[in-house]
Design a protein around this ligand. Structure first.
Ligand code: CAA
Length: 291
């Protein structure tokens, strides 16, 4: 039976994704293959991977199955040479209202330790291709944390960001105390995490959490346009550049500057660096080959 036919016979999205993987059908992005997300390849050059969180009744609460699907697709997009950048979005009402409270309500400490609860959420942060979050509506708790795992956050005018875990008697568990602090500084991160107060899109832009704000209806198109623009550059060099920027969060300035310099030097070992500079000198568009 053909892979696609076999996949259609399975009802469960996670099973389908798993089978697709086992069958080596890593580039089979069928809407019917997933239970909690929609997956498309979009853009004029079909080089943008688009993940739409799709649990509308639960405001895209990030249940275990949803995060497994997101991680699987991120891995698939990473290995798909045609995909230059990835966009993650939700609905107009909610990007994601956080980790699934109903799913974790009765978790015990021992269970959390045994399963290293939420540890597998890191797939987006580990992706080597650029990931853009397009946030409309609520990005709360794990939703805000998922957006912050992305490289760039674009927001719709109605977006609301917050870390309300304190109101549930817990604390952020997927980067909220760490990434938010690096994004907005100690005072604002403390205020948000200790009160659960939400900030709107304009405030989030002012704080440096969001890079641009758009009307709700054009947000996803703008995020795709940005991904397409990044996708025109050499994927090899884009990955090196992303790694260099991320290094700024992990090292001292001196170590970071050294890493940047060596990475800059390393670009001179690539054909794309030579092509980029030659194209400039010859006054033509560069034709990058990812080598
Ligand atoms: N988990 C599970 N279900 C959720 C959810 C969540 N995080 N957020 C919303 N839902 C569900 C609601 O239970 C409700 O389902 P039912 O109709 O079955 O009752 C449905 O989504 C719609 O929600 P509301 O009726 O509450 O919608 P609203 O418009 O009145 O309010 C909201 C919207 C302000 C976002 C509110 O839903 C809310 O406060 N949600 C919880 C936000 C939150 O606390 N997030 C942090 C979670 S903990 C976490 O994320 C830990 C971490 O660091 C990883």
């Amino acid at each position: 039976m053909a892979t696609r036919q076999l996949l259609r016979f399975l009802n469960n999205g996670s099973q389908q994704a798993l089978l697709a993987k086992q069958l080596g059908a890593a580039r089979f992005y069928s809407a019917g293959s997933y239970e909690f997300i929609k997956v498309e390849v979009v853009g004029e050059q079909k080089n943008v991977g688009l993940i739409t969180l799709n649990r509308p009744k639960a405001l895209n609460a990030l249940c275990n199955g949803l995060m497994l699907e997101v991680n699987n697709v991120i891995r698939d997009f990473e290995s798909d040479k045609k995909v230059g950048a990835i966009v993650i979005t939700g609905s107009e009402k909610a990007f994601a209202a956080g980790a699934d409270i109903k799913e974790m309500q009765n978790n015990t400490y021992a269970q959390c330790i045994r399963s290293n609860f939420l540890n597998h959420w890191n797939g987006v942060a580990q992706c080597r291709k650029p990931v853009i979050a397009a946030v409309n509506g609520f990005a709360l708790g794990g939703g805000c944390e998922l957006a912050m795992m992305c490289d760039i956050i674009y927001a719709g005018e109605t977006a609301k960001f917050g870390q309300p875990e304190i109101l549930l008697g817990t604390i952020p568990g997927a980067g909220g105390t760490q990434r938010l602090t690096r994004y907005v500084g100690k005072s604002k991160a403390m205020e948000m995490t200790l009160t659960g107060n939400q900030v709107n899109a304009v405030e989030a832009e002012k704080m440096g959490l969001v890079s641009k704000v758009f009307p709700v209806g054009s947000l996803v198109d703008e995020a795709i346009k940005l991904a397409e623009k990044i996708g025109k550059n050499s994927p090899l060099i884009v990955a090196l550049c992303k790694e260099a920027v991320n290094t700024a969060y992990e090292t001292t300035l001196a170590e970071g500057l050294h890493f940047e310099k060596r990475t800059f030097h390393a670009t001179f070992a690539t054909k794309d660096r030579l092509e980029g500079m030659t194209a400039f000198v010859e006054k033509r568009a560069a034709n990058f080959t990812n080598e």
